[in-house]
Structures are given as structure tokens and as C-alpha cells.
Design a binder for this molecule. Structure first.
Ligand code: AMP
Length: 221
């Protein structure tokens, strides 16, 4: 059973890299933002509750987020372990997660922190297009799809997230630096942080992550 967290600002490449590593290590990829977007699309009770927070680039309240993620983690298919992407997003969520895992005597194994400069984050988010079906991200300039508007992997329709507008992106980055960045210290102190340079091609970053994880997870420290 393995628990790995992917930490980083919006646009750092968490989603892409978390999906790759989950496939590589046979773990379940849980992305809190994707779960919320699904709920929004399906207009469920949860979707109605979270809509206004997401539109403003604010964090959804902790009780809603934490119970959604903990419920998902405890599903039988998560038996081999999970990669958490976008959760925890603040100290309260991190502590709630530690507490929930401690009861069945489990804990977070490693935290992959993907570091990208603020300038690069803004550039990536403003050109981002995402598959409505499988969530694969593209970039209008640096990684366009083969056929404009269509996903290379599944043929799904590409769209721009409504919270990728300049104003909301600024707000999301502000929220990240104020609330999420303190988790870097929290997991460093716990001896769990693996800092990865997130600039470069997707493959380069993937290789850096796999190397750091194989040292961190599989070699006695
Ligand atoms: P993301 O796809 O990870 O960028 O998340 C999109 C939006 O979903 C965020 O801007 C928040 O409104 C909400 N969200 C996702 N994960 C969390 C979380 N762990 N805590 C609170 N809100 C979240």
C-alpha cells in the first residue's frame, strides 16, 4: 500500500505527471479538482455546493473536500495505493489526512513537489486546453494536439477551463502561495519531500520524478 502526494502550483504539471506515475506504479490517481469538475458537469448536490468557490478560484471548504477525498481513498479499488493530486491544499487538510491514515496505521510515503517559476506558470495556464473526456492537458503553443480541438488520446473535445482566465489564474496562484506552499515545509520536516525541477519537457520531468521516487521509496534511507 503506497500513498504519494503531488504538490505544486496550478500549472506546474501535477495532473500530467501524477497520471504518468500512477500508471507506471499501478496506483490509483485521485485528482480533487477532477472530482469537483465531474460533480459540476453532472450537476450533483456536491457540484452545486462547490460551483461558486471554483469559479472564483477559491478553495472549497475543508469539510467538503476532505470527506470527498477520504471516501474515495477508502474505496476497494484503491487497495494498492493512491497518488493524490491537488489534495491536500492547506495545513488543515494535510493534518486531517495524516490523522485518517494513522488509524489503520498507514502514512504518506513521499511527497513529490514540482517546482516551476511563477512566470512559466502564468504562461502555461493561459494557453492550457483540456480534454473534456479524459482530462489530458494540451498547450496551444508548447504541446498542441495533432488535430486542433481534439484529444490525441481519445478524440474527446478540448476546452479551456473557465477558471483559467487571467483574473482567476491570479487568484488561484495567490491562494496557492498563501495556503498550499506552507505544505512544502510541513512535508520537509516530516522527511517526505522530494523536490523536482518542473521545467523542461513532460518526459524530462517524468524521468526526474521516477528517479527521485525510486531512490526515495525503494532504497533504504
Ligand atoms: P485543480 O484542478 O486542482 O486546479 O482544482 C480546481 C479547483 O477545485 C480549485 O481552484 C478549488 O476551487 C477546487 N479544489 C481542488 N482541490 C481542492 C482542495 N484540496 N481543497 C479545496 N479546493 C480544492
Amino acid at each position: 500500500m503506497m500513498y504519494i502526494i503531488f504538490l505544486g502550483a496550478p500549472g506546474a504539471g501535477k495532473g500530467t505527471q501524477a497520471a504518468n506515475v500512477a500508471q507506471e506504479l499501478n496506483l490509483v490517481h485521485i485528482a480533487s479538482g477532477d472530482l469537483f469538475r465531474q460533480a459540476l458537469e453532472q450537476r450533483t448536490e456536491l457540484g452545486i455546493q462547490v460551483k461558486s468557490y471554483m469559479e472564483k478560484g477559491m478553495l472549497v471548504p475543508d469539510e467538503i473536500t476532505t470527506s470527498m477525498v477520504l471516501e474515495r481513498i477508502s474505496a476497494p479499488e484503491c487497495g494498492p495505493g493512491v497518488i493524490l493530486d491537488g489534495f491536500p491544499r492547506n495545513l488543515q487538510q494535510a493534518k486531517a489526512l495524516d490523522k485518517a491514515l494513522a488509524e489503520p496505521a498507514k502514512s504518506i510515503d513521499k511527497v513529490v513537489y514540482i517546482k516551476v517559476s511563477e512566470e512559466e506558470l502564468l504562461n502555461r495556464l493561459s494557453g492550457r486546453w483540456i480534454c473534456r473526456n479524459c482530462q489530458t492537458p494540451y498547450h496551444a503553443i508548447s504541446s498542441p494536439p495533432k488535430v486542433w480541438g481534439k484529444c490525441d488520446k481519445c478524440g474527446g473535445e478540448l476546452y479551456q477551463r473557465p477558471d483559467d482566465t487571467v483574473e482567476t489564474v491570479k487568484k488561484r496562484l495567490q491562494v496557492y502561495f498563501a495556503q498550499t506552499a506552507p505544505l512544502i515545509d510541513y512535508y520537509t520536516q516530516a522527511g517526505k519531500l522530494l523536490e523536482i525541477d518542473g521545467e523542461g519537457s513532460v518526459d524530462e520531468v517524468s524521468r526526474r520524478i521516477m528517479t527521485a521516487l525510486s531512490r526515495g521509496l525503494f532504497v533504504a534511507e
